[in-house]
Design a protein around this ligand. Structure first.
Ligand code: 48F
Length: 263
């Protein structure tokens, strides 16, 4: 059969638009494809929810590719080891320290692949630039192509509906910033505003990341590094257990909410 470039184009466009139209309204929209967002997307999709992820970059994986300072190994503590193993990622104990290591590339690619196969639909190279709010509850996201964002061209965005949104944008906690700007004093934090990330302290940071995985505005949850940046915890540096545990916790919390709301 002679290859026809018009049919190739039509196939790509058709399949992409199927995904796009099918996800204009989802149970959960995850913003950011780092470790916490991917793990959250995996567990939510596995539980049968309709989940879309928007990632600004062309590549998925956020800060996990580079391990620590580009040494592409990740470290996790005992509590998080089971999550890597559930994905089938090879984990090795390290120096009798109680810590475990895994190859960063194997971790990103395996988690991404398992999440997509579980039903997570990823829209890469799309940036979230705003949120939709109705009756003081998040109802969706306002998005645009990343190249539009990068070029500064004046092109209006499109909107997607979501029952719940997860801000998994890492240190910059971008979605929470969008809400805080337009609803001053309304965040579910002690001050009503973003508390801000504190100096590095891995032990405290890892625990707090999981504790701070919660709703920060009606319909909006934080996961991963965004938790400590929002609720005022320290940064943890190159240890990834808290990111994985936070991703799983946010999925459990939102799954519960979706079940309650469907009763
Ligand atoms: O930073 P990132 O990996 O988030 P995370 O899941 O993990 C943090 C760790 O990588 C590391 C750490 C722990 O050891 O401190 O930093 O909390 O991934 C965040 C992703 O969100 C994307 C960004 O490109 C990155 O891939 N992102 C950020 N803002 C937006 C966004 C946005 N407005 N729209 C879409 N994607």
């Amino acid at each position: 059969m002679k290859l026809d470039e018009k049919i190739i184009s039509k196939a790509i466009i058709t399949r992409y638009y199927e995904k796009l139209l099918d996800h204009l309204n989802v149970d959960v929209a995850v913003v950011g494809g780092g470790p916490s967002g991917l793990v959250a997307g995996y567990y939510l999709a596995k539980a049968g929810h309709k989940v879309a992820m928007f990632e600004r970059k062309l590549s998925i994986g956020g800060g996990m590719w580079g391990g620590g300072m580009l040494f592409n190994e990740i470290v996790v503590q005992e509590d998080a080891k089971g999550i890597l193993e559930e994905f089938g990622i090879r984990v090795r104990p390290c120096l009798d320290s109680g810590y475990y290591t895994a190859d960063a590339i194997e971790s990103v690619t395996t988690i991404t692949s398992k999440a997509v196969q579980a039903g997570l639909v990823i829209f890469n190279c799309i940036s979230v630039e705003d949120v939709s709010v109705d009756n003081e509850k998040i109802t969706g996201l306002v998005v645009n192509w990343t190249p539009i964002e990068m070029s500064g061209l004046h092109v209006d965005p499109l909107s997607f509906g979501a029952s719940f949104v997860i801000d998994a944008t890492g240190h910059d906690t971008e979605v929470v910033h969008m809400v805080a700007k337009k609803a001053p004093g309304k965040l579910l934090t002690p001050s009503g505003e973003i508390e801000g990330e504190k100096f590095m302290c891995p032990d405290e940071a890892e625990k707090l990341t999981v504790e701070n995985t919660k709703e920060v505005f009606p319909g909006l949850y934080v996961a991963g590094m965004a938790c400590n940046a929002t609720f005022g915890g320290p940064r943890m540096g190159p240890i990834f257990g808290g990111m994985l545990l936070s991703g799983r916790k946010v999925a459990e919390l939102i799954s519960q909410r979706l079940k309650e709301e469907s009763k």
